[in-house]
Design a protein around this ligand. Structure first.
Ligand code: F6R
Length: 250
């Protein structure tokens, strides 16, 4: 795992965007795995700016998102499809038909999961997967548990995740209890992984992911087995790793 330490959220976002942009320049028809949440918002902002300036094009890029709340319609303002449209897809020249997010309203969950895995397969897999990490170590919505789940599946969200995401909903009772998520196998199959994290509340999760035992109790720890992971964090998020003497770039 290569660890890039940046001063703050802005610098973290710029660095992450430049790693992602390099992939798109190198391979204009690449497949990007995308994440939602606070961590990648700044990254999307930089990419949209560079697209607007004509420095980068997403015309041939295809995207697959990690996850979606079960039960939320694509136009619900807290759905991940809405987030992606609002923060990224509507701001760049990507073709709508080249973007895919699990369908939160799918009636047959098993069929939706199987179709999602088949779609990723049909694209030839993901070239670069962007990830955030939960305070409990989750990646995608793979919550801490007794085993790693391989493919796209439906999860019961952990109480701590519901609590962390309640800030976006009118009340904690409005937060969906379940979500579709790519599995750990989908994430590990990506050729490259870019993990972004900022803030002191991610320090423990990052430390456990990068240095702790590889265990489904900290799903992010599986990234230690991937050959090409870049972790871009700000100083606060990386504080536990740097205090432990883990080497970082920058
Ligand atoms: C979102 C996702 C989640 C988030 C994680 C961190 O698509 O897969 O794993 O990356 O919950 O969220 P933020 O960035 O909001 O702290």
């Amino acid at each position: 795992m290569r660890i890039y330490r940046e001063n703050d959220y802005e610098a973290m976002s710029r660095r992450a965007a430049s790693i992602l942009a390099a992939e798109v320049v190198r391979r204009p028809d690449c497949v990007l795995g995308l994440a939602t949440g606070s961590s990648p918002e700044g990254t999307y902002r930089y990419l949209a700016d560079w697209n607007k300036q004509g420095l980068l094009s997403f015309r041939e890029v295809k995207t697959v998102n990690l996850d979606e709340y079960k039960g939320l319609a694509p136009d619900h303002d807290q759905s991940y499809r809405f987030f992606m449209q609002d923060r990224f897809f509507s701001r760049v020249d990507i073709l709508p038909e080249n973007t895919r997010v699990p369908d939160g309203l799918a009636e047959d969950s098993a069929a939706e999961c199987a179709a999602y895995d088949a779609y990723i397969q049909s694209l030839g897999g993901v070239d670069l997967q962007l990830l955030g990490i939960g305070r409990n170590g989750h990646i995608g919505f793979n919550e801490p548990g007794d085993c790693f789940v391989k493919g796209t599946h439906v999860v019961d969200l952990a109480p701590s995740t519901i609590e962390a995401n309640a800030r976006f909903f009118a009340s904690p009772g409005d937060v969906p209890q379940q979500a579709f998520t790519m599995g750990i196998g989908n994430i590990l199959a990506a050729r490259k992984i870019l993990l972004v994290a900022s803030g002191a509340d991610k320090a423990e999760a990052l430390y456990r992911a990068a240095c702790g035992p590889i265990s489904p109790q900290c799903p992010g720890s599986i990234l230690q087995l991937h050959p090409d992971v870049a972790l871009v964090g700000d100083e606060a998020a990386l504080s536990k790793l740097t205090a432990a003497g883990v080497p970082v770039c920058g």
